[in-house]
Design a protein around this ligand. Structure first.
Ligand SMILES: Cc1cc2nc3c(=O)[nH]c(=O)nc-3n(C[C@H](O)[C@H](O)[C@H](O)COP(=O)(O)O)c2cc1C
Length: 413
């Protein structure tokens, strides 16, 4: 017997990015989801009913007055496994936050008891307006996942935060949220900071000391935290991967830049997960011009100095209730070195993995032991980096105390 297809309601409101929802719809249907598209009346000005009906294989209406015998204004929400609104206009967010129900989509949002995801898209001014931010905070406090918009070119000539993230990235969020089901949004209302990638320490304008970190583990942590409802700041060092949808990505280069960005974001964070490979040392002297090869002479040695220890600084300066997680990449005596590092850095959890030429770096999978300051050790067998990310968030979630930082500070986002 085949298991029934997960039922997804794809809500589409009247943003210029409605065309990108066609791609999301295709990805959902082609991966075995049963999708009903519920556009608003104005959304149909951007993409017409025949497109949605043909791509979903189902009739499409924005009204509660069509097919009344089947009571769609109640049935769709009740039967859905996921309601995903993309794009979510400022207007739609306001209606959802205030419980209005003047069309099929807003009725569906009120009757749904499954996970609900909003992917807002609008001009920066509309997104940053206190009214929109208050509506977003209300929706998040109720457990909805509200994905941070991407930054970039908007409808006109202007740029800024407000773009609908890539459909492929939105699909990943849908997949994660569906996999976790109802109750899976345990990080709703929380702000988490994740660092990813590897820092580069400049020797001269063209050369640097770097490391093999690809950023895959940090990006998996960011993606899974978004799906669990968190507001995510991703501090990313030299990563050649697409920005995960819904996370605010802060690009940095060196350890110094990473320290500044992480410490600043940590000020309002409930948890900080340092998955980045931060260089321990940097060249003492930066050469302002390219070092030349002098004929017949040996190269001058490069003297190194210590970089700031970001993890230790976070451990020492943490706010009450804040959870700090470090990563330790070890080649030898993995667990013993991990325990010593955990004690030294004063963090709550340390993810210890063995690294080497063909282990971990750049691979989609990972295996690790997560050590706790409480003496616990959680073995995570080799599997997708997303699976390890989920375990890390399970352990963080169990250690979070008190109300989320957003609620405590009355923040709008
Ligand atoms: C060309 C054009 C583009 C628009 N793009 C957006 C947008 O990206 N985000 C948004 O919130 N509103 C946008 N609007 C405004 C909404 O369409 C308007 O608020 C509408 O009433 C929203 O209806 P709905 O929320 O019922 O779908 C746009 C309007 C026009 C004419």
């Amino acid at each position: 017997m085949t298991s029934p297809k997960p039922r997804v309601v794809l809500g589409v409101s009247a943003g210029i990015a409605a065309y990108k929802a066609c791609e999301l719809l295709r990805r959902l249907t082609e991966s075995g989801h049963d999708v009903t598209v519920v556009p608003t009346a104005d959304a149909l000005r951007f993409v017409g009913e025949p497109t949605w009906a043909a791509l979903s294989g189902k009739p499409v209406s924005p009204r509660v007055w069509d097919g009344v015998a089947e009571v769609p204004h109640v049935r769709l929400g009740q039967q859905a496994d996921l309601v995903f609104v993309a794009p979510a206009t400022a207007d739609l967010l306001a209606k959802a936050a205030h419980g209005l129900a003047d069309d099929l989509l807003t009725n569906t949002l009120l009757t749904a008891r499954c996970p609900v995801v909003f992917a807002p898209a609008m001009h920066t001014e509309m997104w940053q307006h206190p009214a929109t931010q208050a509506n977003v905070a209300t929706l998040r406090a109720r457990g909805a996942v509200v994905v941070e918009p991407a930054s970039g070119r908007l409808t006109g000539k202007d740029t800024g935060p407000g773009r609908l993230p890539d459909p492929a990235e939105l699909f990943e969020i849908a997949r994660h949220v569906l996999a976790r089901g109802a109750g899976g949004r345990d990080l709703a209302g929380r702000h988490v900071v994740v660092s990813a990638g590897g820092t580069r320490e400049a020797i001269d304008p063209v050369r640097f000391i770097g490391n093999r970190s690809s950023g895959l583990q940090g990006y998996a942590l960011a993606r899974t935290a978004v799906a669990r409802g968190a507001r995510v700041t991703l501090v990313s060092a030299n990563v050649a991967l697409p920005d995960p949808a819904g996370a605010e990505t802060v690009p940095v280069g060196s350890a110094e830049e990473m320290r500044k960005a992480v410490v600043e974001a940590a000020g309002s964070a409930d948890a900080v997960v340092m998955a980045a490979a931060v260089a321990d040392f940097r060249p003492a002297d930066y050469r302002g011009s390219k070092i030349k090869k002098a004929e017949g002479a040996e190269p001058e040695p490069i003297r190194l100095v210590k970089n700031p220890d970001i993890l230790a600084e976070l451990g020492a300066s943490r706010r009450p209730g804040q959870v700090i997680v470090g990563f330790a990449a070890e080649t030898d005596d993995v667990l013993a070195n991990g325990r010593a590092k955990l004690a030294r850095k004063g963090c709550d959890l340390l993810v210890v993995n063995q690294v080497g030429e063909n282990l971990t770096f750049g691979r989609p999978d990972n295996a690790a032991t997560v050590l706790g300051a409480d003496g616990s050790a959680t073995e995570v067998p080799r599997g997708a980096k997303e699976a390890l990310a989920e375990v890390v968030w399970d352990l963080v979630s169990a250690r979070l105390e008190g109300p989320p930082s957003g609620v405590r500070q009355g923040e709008g986002r």
